[in-house]
Design a protein around this ligand. Structure first.
Ligand SMILES: *Cc1c(COP(=O)(O)O)cnc(C)c1O
Length: 225
């Protein structure tokens, strides 16, 4: 069977402006699928399980940039600290401290996005806008010299209601723009990671600079993760 990954990618790329980064979400998908996307020119891949990402990192070309997009367990940070390129879903200060500690061991500075809670459901992880402001202004953050907070990430509500989705995306964009002037040695807000297969075009219209697309590229996943 023809998988069509290359064709899917090419089609999606025509719908994404040049200033928006595409993260190909390859969670649960086999190495062969990632290779196909790689040969079509894709270099940024997103995973949501640390061990799965580490195994794929070992098996695949080293010019791939690996993004951790899933909920993070602090005890797993060490497995990706040597190579991870961007961690999207940071939702506690303790996690930032752990990333800093592990990054230091490898003499690296690891880029992180703080996850903002914009969805209405209780199940989504993330900080409130107030908590994000508090962290970004905190003295404790200054000491984390091996992390760089490069932006915010969010997941919108699981709904088809376009008005609701647009409201959530635009509220985050507004907040992001308000924070942006805040530049310190380890806060450099450039990235707004929002938008998935079902809502990425709306997210881009509302200011997203990074979209995380899985099923539109690789097809439906066999199990829910
Ligand atoms: C799985 C996942 C995606 C991609 O979802 P699709 O609907 O398949 O595009 C994006 N972001 C996060 C955080 C995910 O876990």
């Amino acid at each position: 069977m023809i998988t069509g990954i290359k064709e899917n990618l090419e089609k999606i790329i025509t719908t994404i402006p040049k200033n928006v980064t595409l993260v190909a979400v390859s969670k649960t998908k086999p190495i062969a699928d990632i290779k196909e996307a790689y040969h079509a020119g894709q270099r940024i891949f997103g995973e949501n399980k640390v061990q799965e990402m580490a195994a794929k990192y070992e098996a695949l070309p080293k010019d791939i940039q690996w993004h951790m997009i899933g909920h993070l367990q602090r005890n797993k940070v060490k497995y990706m600290a040597p190579f991870v390129s961007l961690i999207h879903g940071v939702d506690s200060f303790k996690t930032l401290q752990e990333i800093n500690k592990q990054a230091k061991k490898h003499n690296r500075i690891i880029n992180c996005l703080l996850q903002a809670k914009i969805a209405q459901e209780d199940t989504k992880f993330g900080f409130s806008f107030n908590e994000i402001e508090t962290i970004l202004h905190s003295k404790e953050l200054v000491d984390l010299k091996n992390i760089n907070v490069t932006g915010l990430m969010a997941m919108a509500s699981f709904t088809n209601n376009q008005t609701q989705l647009a409201k959530e995306f635009s509220s985050l964009k507004l907040f992001f723009d308000k924070l942006k002037p805040l530049q310190t040695t380890n806060v450099n807000l450039e990235t707004l990671s929002m938008g998935m297969s079902g809502d990425y075009e709306l997210a881009i219209k509302n200011g997203s600079t990074m979209v995380r697309i899985g099923s539109l590229i690789f097809g439906a996943r066999n199990y829910i993760v």
